[in-house]
Design a binder for this molecule. Structure first.
Ligand code: PMP
Length: 439
């Protein structure tokens, strides 16, 4: 058979749809001091204009899922209405353009994380799938009876259960580093638990239940000094911190599109190329192979080796648009705005009678978790909802950290780039209402 002139997975010729909307000038989003004007940012998020129970929506649940700006919604719609076709397969124009847009989105993610190569950027359904990929592929190949995987007591279930499953298959053991009363990882205990049996460290960058920012670079250095690779669950950090995987020097970094103003159903696994190259595929099917015979198959190159089946093309394009949007706002400005809101919210919440903040780490971002004496968090959440204020109440898919504090649940207010001080006023007014109801 003659060789075709082009290879199905050849690099894209022209970035078509991923980033074709010219963002508004960033200056419109800044005040005289160069800080973010959240009122202007809000205007980009159509959903924030709606009412809930007859009240203007105050959305304080971005840690569960952030809302999407028009730039993302339009990029996804434009892709669907002008470009959609399956990727990596067709020689026809739409397929070529869709492939170019999908691979351009991968490069946007690479730049955002400062990864060395797009071979290190694997699209997944989200953080959960990214961690499962590593647990099954790396864990399946590397973990042996008697080995240990080290996590912490503040992890999301997505960074616990896949390791439990991998450990159970291998006869290995899951070990969790304890916390201080403030909700920080006990550094001395972590260093001690990092022992000769530890094969992998898997830690959150930021806790979704407490807001604690973990000193990830230092923890990575400690693990690497013992030759132990580190996976970082970046689901909560990605929207609040400048994440540079080369500076962190982590081996894996996982995040979800929907936590960073992008669509659901798309996420990313960054992996150090040398590790990914040595890992076996985890799902088999189309796209992850070079050739298939009934007797055996050969696998595709990175990153496609880990992307079996038709990927979430429009999701990847939406995610790239979200990252571009944040770059346009300025990542440092978005981070500073988040810090300011958290500081204001924390100070005001401390004045509420009967309120206890859960998680008082020196370094926090994005999240204020609390309880109100004698009132169930679900009741707090329900009454706030009637006031139009959306918060999360429950165990936040982090039951071990709740158990650590002897709690079944907390109320969690979380902040995004579109939240304002007026939103915090509404939260506080809502909490007054809750206390009135239960007085
Ligand atoms: N880890 C953390 C810290 C999270 O906050 C979340 C989402 N709540 C996840 C993992 C799981 O993310 P997803 O459901 O998008 O896979």
């Amino acid at each position: 058979m003659n060789r075709p002139l082009t290879q199905p997975h050849a690099p894209p010729q022209a970035p078509a749809q991923a980033r074709d909307s010219a963002p508004p000038a960033a200056s419109a989003y800044l005040d005289a001091q160069g800080r973010l004007r959240p009122e202007r940012v809000r205007a980009d998020f159509p959903i924030l204009g709606r009412e809930v129970h007859g009240r203007p929506l105050v959305y304080l649940d971005s840690a569960a899922s952030a809302q999407q700006p028009r730039a993302v919604l339009e990029a996804v719609e434009r892709y669907a209405t002008t470009t959609h076709a399956n990727v990596h397969r067709g020689v026809h124009a739409l397929s070529q353009e869709a492939t170019a847009a999908f691979e351009a989105a991968r490069d946007t993610v690479r730049r955002y994380l400062n990864a060395r190569s797009t071979r290190e950027i694997i699209f997944t359904r989200g953080t959960t799938e990214a961690i499962n990929l590593v647990a099954q592929s790396w864990g399946g190949a590397q973990l042996q009876a008697g080995d240990e995987v080290l996590v912490t007591h503040l992890e999301h279930h997505a960074n616990i259960v896949p390791w439990q499953m991998a450990c159970a298959r291998a006869g290995a053991r899951l070990v969790a580093a304890p916390l201080t009363p403030a909700g920080e990882v006990d550094a001395g205990a972590f260093a001690q638990l990092l022992g000769p049996r530890t094969r992998l460290v898997a830690i959150a960058h930021v806790s979704n239940a407490l807001g604690t920012v973990l000193p990830v670079a230092g923890m990575v250095a400690l693990a690497h000094a013992r030759g132990v690779p580190v996976l970082v669950d970046g689901a909560q950090a990605i929207a609040h911190q400048r994440v540079d995987v080369q500076r962190l020097d982590c081996d894996f970094y996982a995040f979800s599109g929907h936590k960073i103003y992008g669509p659901t159903g798309i996420g990313v696994l960054y992996g150090r190329e040398s590790l990914l190259a040595a890992m076996p595929p985890w799902q088999g099917g189309g796209d992850m192979i070079l050739s298939v015979a009934i007797e055996r198959s050969t696998y595709n190159e990175l990153p496609w080796k880990f992307e079996a089946g038709t990927p979430n093309i429009s999701g990847a394009i939406g995610l790239a648009a979200a990252l571009d949007y944040l770059e346009m706002l300025g990542r440092e400005r978005v981070a500073a705005h988040g810090q300011e809101l958290l500081a204001v919210a924390t100070a005001r919440l401390r004045t509420v009678p009967g309120l206890t903040l859960v998680g008082t780490a020196a370094s926090k971002c994005g999240v204020a978790s609390f309880t109100l004496a004698g009132i169930h968090p679900h009741d707090v959440g329900t009454i706030l909802d009637r006031e139009g204020v959306a918060v999360r109440s429950g165990h936040h898919c982090a039951m071990p950290v709740m158990t650590w504090y002897g709690l079944a649940a907390t109320v969690r207010a979380s902040f995004g780039c579109y939240n304002t001080r007026a939103d915090i006023d509404q939260l506080l007014a809502g909490l007054d209402k809750v206390r009135e109801v239960f007085a």
